[in-house]
Design a binder for this molecule. Structure first.
Ligand SMILES: [Zn+2]
Length: 495
């Protein structure tokens, strides 16, 4: 942001996030209960996660391993020794009356994640990321959180491992927040520590304040600590998606700016995002850290990850893979971005690109396959067992056995809709390539490859058609009938 683009007295939005990520482990963080989501409430519980007297927590190694992977992916410091604390508060979803979490010695500190927003790259500082246990879940019956007749509590979720990722107040717009969350989710999926499909696996609290632009340094990144401390901020809770975060924060941004412009003070408070109504509502004044009376969790020894953490490997991350795809396969940014959107998509693309032309592979995976899956509200993980069939379909196109049009519009769709294999669809629908198909493809190619002749034809120069006929005759080795080609070209150009 430069002085020229900001008027004196303008207001700047400052946002920081706390992102709670459920780690994908088989069992809970401090007991052997399953983390599987079941329909039956209070099924996966035991004395530890119910907080019964005398029960003792035992730390789950898989949760620590996932935390170390996240730390490495965000380039954080992972100290030799970390520790757990008790965060004391009473709430019905917390059976012990305290949450085991980390306080002044988190497992990851001082990391970062780079995001691109409309072509501009920004580095978001991640102040800390720590391990903790998830509380149970509440089900409000007969209304929302503020209007329900009564509330049910389910402790199946209590004790699910969580990573709380806390950013610096580095965001300047709700759009940046959305881009960050998308990037973070991609990274977590690549690491194999997170399941985006799981209900409630990503939960976001966001704090937002509005600060006069005089308090911001030249490049728009640095904000004086005093200005930040002086501005009242609200914490918005209960956000569960990228889109929700963007909408909730856009609402909150407008609400605060309106208040300030009308000379009213912004209350320092916690607000609840009501997704259905599309508004934030006031909940309570925000607790301060001292209210939680943190003290060390004496039932768990200090956690030492020193030598072990070096043995934990992480895969190539989405941003690095995007860059490599662009260089290695000569893909444009959009294709590279689509093809690295999940690790499964990227792995599958590389499998196809290793056997066939990388351009053809990109068209088939990024456009055709993802397009058809998206249309059916499906993901590539849903057809993991059938990817060899998709590869076979690309082979049928690459070896010229069927037309690209039939492959895309008939075979792929039938595969997804009625589960047939590509060879079955080709045989049953009689889609084997004919001479006419070859001529038709040559017609389309000749038109694509000769825009000047097409422009001449469209400008009324009828002779240009003869040039195109010649091109098609060349492509078909002279086997086509020039009169037919002429008709086909005209039909294609008029259509
Ligand atoms: Zn348990």
């Amino acid at each position: 942001m430069t002085a020229q683009t900001v008027q004196q007295g303008d207001l700047v939005t400052v946002i920081g996030l706390e992102v709670h990520v459920q780690l994908e482990t088989d069992t809970k963080i401090f007991c052997g209960c399953s983390t599987e989501q079941t329909d039956e409430p209070n099924e996966n519980v035991c004395p530890v996660c119910l907080g019964l007297p005398g029960s003792l927590p035992v730390l789950n190694e898989a949760a620590v391993e996932a935390a170390v992977k996240i730390g490495k992916a965000i380039d954080a410091d992972i100290p030799e020794e970390t520790r757990f604390h008790r965060k004391n508060y009473y709430y019905p979803d917390l059976p012990k009356n305290f949450q085991i979490t980390q306080y002044d010695e988190p497992i990851c500190a001082d990391g970062e994640l780079e995001v691109a927003v409309e072509g501009t790259r920004r580095t978001i500082t991640i102040e800390r990321a720590h391990l903790e246990e998830d509380p149970g879940s509440l089900q409000h019956v007969g209304g929302g959180i503020d209007t329900a007749d009564y509330t049910l509590v389910n402790y199946n979720r209590a004790g699910t491992p969580l990573m709380e990722i806390v950013t610096a107040p580095d965001f300047r717009s709700p759009d940046e927040v959305r881009a960050f969350l998308a990037e973070l989710e991609e990274v977590l999926e690549y690491l194999g520590v997170f399941d985006a499909e799981r209900d409630g696996s990503l939960r976001i609290d966001a704090n937002l304040s509005i600060i006069p632009d005089e308090e911001i340094d030249g490049d728009g990144d640095e904000i004086g600590e005093e200005a930040l401390a002086a501005a009242n901020r609200t914490e918005v809770k209960n956000i569960s998606s990228h889109k929700g975060a963007q909408k909730a924060l856009a609402y909150e941004e407008t609400r605060q700016k309106n208040a300030i412009q009308r000379g009213r003070a912004v209350e320092q408070e916690t607000r609840h995002w009501d997704e259905a109504r599309g508004i934030t509502v006031s909940m309570r004044s925000k607790e301060e850290e001292k209210d939680y009376r943190y003290f060390e969790e004496a039932d768990l020894p200090p956690l030492r990850v020193s030598g072990w953490k070096d043995e934990i490997a992480i895969p190539e991350l989405p941003s690095a893979r995007r860059e490599r795809f662009r260089a290695e396969y000569d893909l444009d940014e959009e294709a590279a971005s689509k093809l690295t959107s999940t690790k499964q998509v990227a792995d599958f693309y590389e499998t196809v690109a290793s056997e066939f032309d990388p351009d053809l592979a990109a068209t088939w995976v990024a456009d055709n396959l993802l397009g058809e899956l998206n249309y059916r509200d499906m993901e590539i993980v849903g057809i993991e067992g059938r990817l060899e069939e998709v590869t076979r379909l690309v082979e049928l196109v690459a070896t010229d056995e069927i037309t690209a049009k039939n492959a895309r519009e008939t075979v792929l769709r039938s595969m997804l809709d009625d589960g047939r294999t590509p060879d079955e669809v080709v045989a049953e629908e009689g889609l084997g390539k004919t001479d006419e198909d070859d001529v038709q493809e040559a017609v389309v190619e000749a038109i694509d490859e000769n825009p000047d002749a097409v422009a001449d034809y469209e400008a009324g120069e009828d002779g240009a058609i003869n040039f195109l006929v010649g091109q098609v005759m060349q492509k078909t080795g002279g086997s086509a009938d020039p009169g037919d080609v002429n008709q086909l070209l005209r039909a294609e150009l008029e259509g």
